[in-house]
Design a protein around this ligand. Sequence first.
Ligand code: ADP
Ligand code: MG
Length: 361
Amino acid sequence: MKKLIALLAAVFLLLPGCGTQRTPDTGYTKYSAQFYGTFDTVVQIVGYCKTEEEFSRYAGQIKSRMEELHRLYDIYYEYSGENNLKTVNDMAGKAPVTVREEILDLIEFCEEWYGKTDGKVNIALGPVLSVWHKYMARYSADPTDAKLPDMNILREKLTLCNIEDVIVDREAGTVYLAKEGMSLDVGAVAKGYAAELACREAYQSGFTSFIVSAGGNIVAGDAPLDGVRSGWGIGIQDPFTAQEPGGGNSIDVAYVRNTCVVTSGDYQRFYMVGDRRVHHIIDPDTLMPADYYRGVTVITPDSGIADLASTTLYTLPFERSRAMAEAMGWEVMWIFADGTVECTDGMLPLLRDRGGATGLL
Ligand code: ADP
Ligand code: MG
């Protein structure tokens, strides 16, 4: 779906690497694991369990669910014996495609939120985004003669991006893209949505004290069972130092539990046209990369919503972005190009440097 992201948008603090860390007082041990290959990113899992066996079982459950959802939501490859989003795209204008419930759910989720969020995240924007993906792939590998796509071509592609033409038939269990040339691109939301499903299911199985990062989309469960901490510290990456080895500095640290922390930024997937940073979040109204912020971090309990929210808020000018965050009850940090930082009132108490991390006390 997307290229391998080398750096995480947010990093765990106190992450000791893969392995174990004994916490003798509670009877729980901290374990960690990571795997690659889903949603083009690394997934890191940290959790407290009584035994390593138990942890491995939960980590395995999350891994296989993420792998399954990756296959279903993949727009580039098909997997034998199963219709996925690539099948749906390939059948645009031809016929409805029978798909699994997880695909119907994701599409309806995106349609519902499209209506609630000014239509800024549009999963039917595939034709426009695929032009951008080609430019990104080519010029991030070799910036020689890097340029922007032709606006006339982008405008022409936009005629095939109407979300009303994405037809979900629940009873029949099908999705149909009504016009030939249409295509879905779920890059703004699928990773977070999949992480939500995988983590919620693991929680129901009994994995309660954990933190999972899918390429910087963080899902935090109950507090660490170390008898000490009441939350997990999540470093919010500083976009201005993100290119430095090791991912640079944290601009602050959010202390959270039972919620999700997701960042959209311009510093991981981009190419340069002269001095201009051309990144991967496209404003559907201008068809160009949105340029209001370097990064937007959202904290809200559902990871699918958090992923969609961070991309949406990134494409809106600050007044509208803030108004939407407040109306939705999302906690947000906006980092502007001049280094200025703005936060929602409820974000501040979660932050170590800006609010003393009093929120979890
Ligand atoms: P990341 O997953 O890299 O952290 P985002 O969640 O913000 O970043 O999603 C960016 C991806 O979403 C892009 O790579 C592209 O595939 C897709 N995308 C970009 N702009 C839009 C948009 N306006 N509507 C829907 N999808 C978008
Ligand atoms: Mg997103």
